[in-house]
Design a protein around this ligand. Sequence first.
Ligand code: GTR
Length: 387
Amino acid sequence: MNKLKRTVLNLGLKYMKPRILDKKLQYTIKDYNLPNPLIFESGEEVIDKNQWIEKRRAEILRLFEENVYGKIPTEAVEAKYSIINEDKNDLDGLATKKAVKITLKRGGQQINAKLLIYIPNNVKRPAPAFVGLPNWWRGFKKLKLWPFKHVLQRGYALATARFGDFDPNSDDFSNGAHPLFYKEGQNRPLENEWGTIGAWAWGLIQLMNYFEFDSDIDQKRIAVIGHSRMGKAALWAGVNDDRFSMVISNNSGCCGAALFRSKRGETIKRINEGFPHWLCANFKKFNRREFDLPIDQHMLIALIAPRPVYIGSAQDDFWADPIGEFLSAKHAGPVYNLFGKTGLGAEILPKINEPIMNTIGYHIRQGGHKLSLYDWDRYMDFADLYL
Ligand code: GTR
């Protein structure tokens, strides 16, 4: 990069921060022309929670399937679980560690996934749990990216698997979960069928299916969590499977918690060009056309209602658009209100490191793009309140 470019970039970053922080966020739905979650496609208004549950929610879910993520197959697969290793005294007696082999079969195809679970020994079983797919993988033994001990000490089980077992991160649909569902002669998803993020979300749902058989884990108290691309997958899993009682998105940005229409950081065009396999093929029609989308991400958050959802942003994470993440948390509120819940309950961006914990939680912490110990602690505070 030449000197001039570097200077311009530095200046850009320098002036970006104060703008993010000082601006008073009083935006209304009208300011962004956001689609209203409580207006049916027919133009009529949703007047109570029954109309939402019975009709409007399904309308919005279909729009997300058709235009953004592609539909996750709901056809059953044949699942087999075998415990390959169990240590009741792991981490100096702090936890029981289990490794489970999951075999999933359908239509003559098969995939295997390995699930690793740590259950705290000092809490009553079945234990509440966090489940998620870590973003990087160097083998189970080197899995130091997540603060296992700390989570266990706070009384939560932690379960993880390798995302690549459900779909490697490449524009190749001959591997991972997709082939299990192909019709005769098909070798990639149709325009409105799931991409890689859909396959990761499906993988999380398969882990949930396993928990139904594990008496150490309380199926009614499972939070699905993910950072960045896995935050997008966690949200989509939480939307598609209400057995996840809590959903946590950390710095998930574009196609995660951030509004498309607020247009800061990563855009539809950038994500489609950088990761052409993540979303459905139809989504490419919306490159540079965010305002033509029939939905925006506050409606994705609303699809989780009335379950608690927490959105974590980071101050320097411009690419994931902290303000857009805050705005979608805020504008999902009216759907939570239908259920007699508060939603986010805040009109303006909170101060740095000052979390909001209503049924929708939100914080903007100091620092950049990562899942930090600060974030984990806030998510566990939130789980202490609502899980
Ligand atoms: C980036 C991508 C983001 C985010 C991130 C990550 O390159 O543009 O959407 O998902 O990767 O997962 O760390």
